[in-house]
Design a protein around this ligand. Structure first.
Ligand SMILES: NC(=O)C1=CN([C@@H]2O[C@H](COP(=O)(O)OP(=O)(O)OC[C@H]3O[C@@H](n4cnc5c(N)ncnc54)[C@H](O)[C@@H]3O)[C@@H](O)[C@H]2O)C=CC1
Ligand SMILES: O=C(O)CCC(=O)C(=O)O
Length: 526
């Protein structure tokens, strides 16, 4: 019989499902050291946010087939390590949507009416009616940052309460925002016009400290901000200072830069702040939803069936997976790359399966390309199951073509996407040793492996231009790991691809665009 370790507290409904097919050990207090010693015995691991599943844990888990996260965020699991070891990671992308949305709304109202402090005051035998005069949300502007699953529900309920809605989400169409009664605006305008701001975005390099000194300075002195998404999106030091000095009126936080929240200036503030200990998903209903959703997937995988919300490996038969696995990574990487070149608000993705990939069996590669494309916006919430639906909801049209004619590689994949930065294309293939190579960018031939930080330029093929870019990057202390140029005709246009050791500091791209002969420049993080 298979063995499942449940190392965080999950609802009994999940344990009951797992017990149908496995011996279940419920050990929510397991220490990281103990986890390493006991994990070799287990076929499956079920967690919430408390257990850190590091590369070490994955390597020790010699029998592990599946890791199930009862919730959305899988930031506590080393996904690349799990994928390398062929371990499926599943989550529950929707099980706690309503709980998190309702928590954000509750926080907004609690903050407006000083519920928490008033409650504390009555409980300490006081009757302080004048101290707790609140504000109404009716007819106030609510700025929703991130109009995904949770943000959309918050918008729907807030609209019913008579709030006027603004939204910022660079990956959502104007039509979708209008359906939800939201005016889609730029972040700057949202900061300036909102009475309340609620954050519902993933934590990414782009969203880390999105709310910092500079953003707070644009907000109204009467503005209140709510964060029930991820810690670190608000710069806590900047927020504490702004609240102390009365630059803005209030904040309600469920998530923190470091959890549990330690020593913090936020704790010293008064009724202008409401703090909860990451309770967004903590409702009876959500805990049942996520436990059942994930336990069912663990049960299915242990029975040899596919999982419906796999974050890393799709729910296909082992034979097909084995054959396609290296190409899945290629398709995801190219999807991610072309999304960054084409910018947000992608309208069209054209996927061409070439050479030996031009068969019906390769269809999952189209889904993998979509997953890569949407990962910029949705991070771990996009998987092989929901990628097509998410794309449809975002108004992304997908065209699939197959071209079996022989090319330089036995099988290659060509993606072309049209977004807010125009139409861009990439081609990629696997070399003999299975290494992924980008073989064209915007139809210019190149041959480079993808790396973490990359810079692409389109420029006039003329003497001196490569040197200028090199010196410019040097002056900003950015180290170039490798460089390649591709062109179609001599002294026509050319593409330059640079692998960088460091991310490009802010403002460098603008300087690159000023170099005579440069037509276009993009920086990409893969
Ligand atoms: N407090 C809690 O207990 C819980 C927190 N969460 C968190 O809530 C957040 C939202 O979750 P969902 O709505 O399920 O995710 P989702 O993936 O459905 O929506 C996220 C939205 O953010 C948008 N987005 C991505 N980057 C952006 C950027 N730079 N600027 C503006 N918008 C951007 C995406 O286009 C997408 O529409 C996540 O961070 C999730 O981890 C989720 C559940 C419980
Ligand atoms: O398990 C929890 O309570 C955390 C929920 C959460 O933040 C998530 O699902 O992303």
């Amino acid at each position: 019989m298979s063995k499942v370790l449940v190392s965080d507290s999950i609802d009994q409904a999940g344990i009951d499902i797992l017990s149908q097919v496995a011996e279940v050990n419920f050990n929510p207090n397991v220490s990281p050291e103990e986890l390493l010693t006991i994990i070799p015995d287990y076929d499956a691991l079920m967690i919430r946010s408390g257990t850190r599943v590091t590369q070490e844990v994955i390597e020790a888990g010699k029998q592990l087939k599946i890791i199930g996260r009862a919730g959305v965020g899988v930031d506590n699991v080393d996904i690349p390590a799990a994928t390398r070891h062929g371990i499926v990671v599943v989550n529950s992308p929707e099980g706690n949507t309503i709980a998190a949305a309702e928590h954000a709304l509750a926080m907004m109202l609690a903050l407006s009416r000083h519920i928490s402090d008033a409650n504390q005051s009555v409980k300490s035998n006081k009757w302080q009616r004048k101290l707790f005069i609140g504000t109404e949300v009716y007819k106030k502007n609510l700025g929703v940052v991130g109009l995904g699953k949770i943000g959309s529900h918050v918008a729907t309920v807030a609209r019913a309460m008579g709030m006027k809605l603004l939204a910022y989400d660079p990956f959502i169409s104007v039509e979708r925002a209008e359906q939800l009664g939201c005016r889609l605006v730029e972040m700057d305008l949202l900061l300036r016009e909102s009475d309340y701001i609620t954050l519902h975005i993933p934590k990414t390099p782009d969203t880390t400290h999105l709310i910092n000194d500079e953003a707070i300075a644009k907000m109204k002195p009467t503005a209140r901000i709510i964060n029930c998404s991820r810690g670190g999106i608000i710069d806590e030091e900047a927020l504490a200072k702004a609240l102390k000095e009365g630059q803005i009126a209030g904040a309600a936080l469920d998530v923190y830069e470091s959890e549990p929240l330690g020593e913090s200036p936020l704790r010293e503030l008064g009724k202008e702040i409401v703090l909860t200990p990451h309770l967004g998903a903590s409702t009876a209903e959500a805990q049942v939803n996520v436990a059942v959703d994930v336990a069912e997937q663990i049960r299915d995988v242990l029975l040899g069936l596919p999982a419906r919300s796999a974050v890393n490996i799709p729910g296909l038969s082992p034979n097909v997976i084995e054959k396609l696995r290296p190409y899945m990574e290629l398709a995801e990487t190219l999807g991610n790359l072309v999304a960054q070149l084409a910018g947000g608000r992608i309208e069209l993705l054209d996927v061409r399966l070439q050479g030996e990939l031009a068969t019906n069996e390769s269809q999952p590669l189209v889904v993998a390309a979509l997953k890569g494309l949407l990962s910029q916006a949705l991070r771990e919430r996009v998987n092989y199951v929901n990628a097509s639906i998410e794309a449809k909801e975002r108004g992304i049209r997908v065209i699939e073509t197959r071209d079996a004619s022989m090319r330089d590689y036995s099988g290659s994949l060509h993606l072309s996407a049209t977004g807010s930065m125009g139409k861009h294309s990439v081609t990629g293939a696997l070399l003999n040793d299975g290494e992924i190579h980008i073989t064209s960018i915007d139809e210019f031939p190149i041959n480079v492996p993808p790396t973490h930080y990359m810079l692409f330029t389109v420029h006039r093929d003329m003497p001196g231009i490569i040197g200028k870019i090199g010196s410019l990057l040097g002056s900003f202390n950015v180290n170039i790991a490798s460089m390649q140029v591709g062109r179609k005709i001599v002294r026509g246009d050319a593409v330059m691809v640079l692998s960088l050791d460091d991310p490009l500091p802010e403002g460098v791209l603008t300087e690159i665009m000023k170099v005579p002969g440069i037509r276009d420049a993009h920086t990409v993080t893969l």
